[in-house]
Design a protein around this ligand. Structure first.
Ligand SMILES: Nc1nc2c(ncn2[C@@H]2O[C@H](COP(=O)(O)OP(=O)(O)OP(=O)(O)O)[C@@H](O)[C@H]2O)c(=O)[nH]1
Ligand SMILES: [Mg+2]
Length: 298
């Protein structure tokens, strides 16, 4: 162990859409987690590894905490709870939306109440809220006595991020790096590919449709001699009518999603990508435990 280096796991927790994944990407200076304007984008534990002068922090981005109505949502909330229980520091992110006393915030505070490690508060989106509103929000929330420190930051603009990181290193114990210093995540490329496709679906689809969609990578084949990656992915929906909406008139919607995903996958892999998408109906998969397991949500 290098003398004086610190390490640990830091959970990013909060209700949906507060900017947890945006903050993870900002801290790493790279896109590891997908981000959309819609709530409940993240469904899994996303580890992002920051290695620097002072040591290594493994950030754990988590699904937004909400009241689960379906099996998929229960999986998401369970995942967030597990992340909180396996971390050395738990960070509670809030944003500029009112409703701190709302149901989701009550659920988050319930989880925070169960952890024995230090808790930090982050008031995010200060760029939109303004400094004085953000400070007032922080001060009011700090009165609960739940938090060791409270930070203001903007995950999109980067403001306040260095002070936050330095506060985390101050709190963490000395310890070894868990991952090689060049690693940004422990997620395999197959998982990242599935998430990129899901992000394009989330962006393109509206109302309930994004929440009925899952992606499974059926084939991920690298052909280095051709500088090509072949990806075959299946998009699962819950009903026949949804299949038509994703394909769109003359296949237009699916084509757009495919093109956007392919361009980003080419950037990620540095290779040409051949991407094939198929849409399949798996009736009510969000409510069905065994289908969820098959789709990787278990
Ligand atoms: N103005 C502003 N917008 C932000 C900031 N951080 C995140 N956002 C936006 O908030 C939205 C949600 O961001 P995400 O990072 O996906 O939020 P999340 O907490 O990971 O959401 P879930 O995965 O659904 O729980 C996106 O449209 C972001 O661009 C910020 O600091 N300022
Ligand atoms: Mg997220």
């Amino acid at each position: 162990m290098a003398e004086g280096k610190k390490s640990g796991f830091v959970a990013l927790l909060g209700r949906p859409n507060v900017g947890k994944s945006t903050l993870l990407n900002r801290i790493l200076g790279a896109k590891v987690a997908i981000v959309t304007s819609k709530p409940q984008t993240t469904r899994d534990r996303i580890a992002g590894i920051l290695t620097g002068e002072r040591g290594q922090i493994v950030f754990l981005d988590s699904p937004g905490i909400h009241r689960p109505k379906k099996a998929l949502n229960s999986y998401m909330v369970r995942t967030a709870e597990r992340i909180a229980s396996e971390s050395d520091i738990v960070v509670h992110l809030v944003d500029d939306r009112p409703g701190q006393a709302g149901e989701e915030e009550t659920l988050v505070r319930g989880i925070l109440g169960n952890v024995v490690v230090p808790r930090l508060l982050v008031v995010n989106k200060v760029d939109r809220m303004g400094e004085s509103t953000a400070k007032a929000k922080r001060n009011a929330l700090m009165e609960s006595g739940l938090y060791r420190e409270g930070y203001l930051l903007s995950a999109t603009k980067g403001q306040g991020v260095n002070a936050f990181l330095s506060g985390l290193f101050d709190l963490l114990p000395e310890g070894p790096a868990y991952y090689p210093e060049e690693d940004l995540t422990d997620l395999p490329m197959r998982f990242i590919a599935k998430e990129i496709i899901r992000e394009k679906l989330f962006n393109e689809l509206s109302e309930e449709l994004p929440y009925s969609v899952a992606v499974a990578i059926e084939e991920y084949k690298e052909e280095p001699e051709k500088r090509l990656v072949r990806i075959l992915a299946e998009i699962y929906v819950e009903r026949d009518s949804q299949k038509g909406m994703i394909i769109g008139r003359g296949g237009r919607v699916l084509k757009k999603i495919g093109t956007e995903a392919r361009l980003e996958l080419e950037k990620e892999t540095g290779e040409r990508v051949y991407l094939e998408l198929f849409v399949k109906v798996e009736r009510d998969w969000t409510r069905n435990e065994s289908t969820l397991t098959r789709l990787g949500y278990a």
